[in-house]
Design a protein around this ligand. Structure first.
Ligand code: AQP
Length: 355
């Protein structure tokens, strides 16, 4: 394990040991297909957590507006993302699933939090710097203030557990800073949230060089067929020492061996490690076992997804139910925020109760 991986693992373990989580919130942008990085870094954790905590999971379409502007594409992607979650095991009987923009209090609280946010803090966010580079033609203010909206997503439900991948930890820490600032200035309204990481908080892409990401084209989609999966895995980078079949390698420095860590049994991992070190097996053989094991995980998802695709209306209903369930809680939080800050509650003007 590298030093970086060790520190992330330690942080993840420390996170689990802290005070108990009472409510979980997390979201994903409908910016394209779900991939193994999303699943291993976050979604798998969501599925496990729905049995242990009250969980709220949001398709964060307002965030996606910072990147996508095609209305038809947006509509299709929102439903597609929800389908992907349900196919992966998210159960609306156990947790709440909804679309961010259908609860307007996210945007309202976001503005309030913006007034507490120093520019300098946002300028330090690495995701903003990365995105500003990768979409240089569209560096909008939403991209810059993205972490503030994310802080509002979490705090509007007064959630204290946020299952995310490593790339989002900085944003959760930012949320904690804002919460402390708000509570100090206006009185305690919000609990301090913390990131909940899996044991695979940063999954590398098939290029072996960078984080698995759709935009980098180095991902394996949760909806990929066995054929597509193999087309991506077969040329995937392995340990650079293994130029020829007879060259021995160092499994700990091979990304495919890391995938074995996520998907294979202890025996298979031992077989791969020994075969790599001794050049007893070739990289192709090693990848075939990984492919078999990834397929075993994806196959039930593909089947569930096919079932959902036959009933898209059911997915819309689930999302609608989620919104209905969450609106009162979001309104209650905004009522508390308004009281704390000395701005009027809407109820006073006869335009709806806040709490
Ligand atoms: N490679 C990854 N390893 C571990 N966790 C990951 N996550 C994303 N990639 C990895 C986690 O998945 C959740 C969804 O995050 P998102 O909505 O921000 O998705 P994303 O980052 O937009 O996914 P991409 O593929 O990286 O998108 P592009 O390429 O469009 O920027 C988060 O919890 C994230 O940490």
């Amino acid at each position: 394990m590298s030093e970086r991986e060790q520190s992330v693992a330690q942080r993840a373990a420390a996170n689990q040991e802290k005070s108990p989580v009472t409510r979980v919130f997390s979201g994903m942008q409908p910016s394209g297909e779900l991939h193994l990085g999303n699943w291993l870094g976050a979604l798998k954790n969501w599925v496990a957590m729905q049995d242990r905590y009250p969980c709220i999971f949001s398709v964060v379409d307002l965030h996606a507006l910072t990147q996508t502007s095609d209305p038809d594409e947006m509509k299709a992607r929102i439903r597609d993302m929800a389908m992907g979650w349900l196919a992966a095991g998210i159960d609306p009987e156990k947790c709440t699933v909804f679309v961010q923009s259908t609860v307007p209090e996210h945007a309202e609280l976001s503005w309030v939090l913006t007034t507490l946010t120093p520019m300098g803090l946002l300028e330090r966010m690495t995701q903003f710097k990365d995105k500003a580079r990768s979409q240089a033609e569209n560096v909008n203010v939403g991209l810059f203030s993205y972490p503030v909206l994310q802080a509002a997503d979490i705090t509007i439900y007064r959630a204290d557990g946020v299952p995310v991948g490593e790339d989002q930890v900085q944003h959760v820490e930012f949320t904690r800073d804002l919460v402390r600032k708000f509570n100090l200035k206006y009185g305690k309204v919000f609990p301090e949230p913390r990131a909940l990481l899996t044991s695979s908080p940063r999954v590398m892409g098939v290029d072996g060089d960078r984080k698995m990401s759709k935009s980098l084209g180095n991902h394996i989609g949760l909806n990929d067929s066995a054929d597509v999966l193999w087309k991506k895995l077969a040329p995937a980078k392995t340990d650079v020492r293994r130029v020829r079949r007879t060259d021995p390698g160092v499994p700990e420095e091979c990304n495919i061996y890391k995938y074995h860590g996520f998907f294979s049994t202890a025996d298979e991992r031992a077989w791969a490690a020994e075969g790599c070190r001794s050049a007893g097996i070739g990289c192709r053989q090693c990848k075939e076992v990984v492919a078999k094991n990834i397929n075993a995980v994806l196959e039930p998802m593909r089947e569930r997804r096919a079932g959902l695709e036959a009933h898209p209306g059911r997915v819309d209903e689930i999302l609608h139910e989620g919104t209905k369930k969450l609106l009162p809680l979001a309104r209650e939080t905004m009522g508390r925020v308004r009281d704390a800050m000395g701005i009027p509650n809407r109820g006073r003007y006869g335009i709806g109760e806040d709490r």
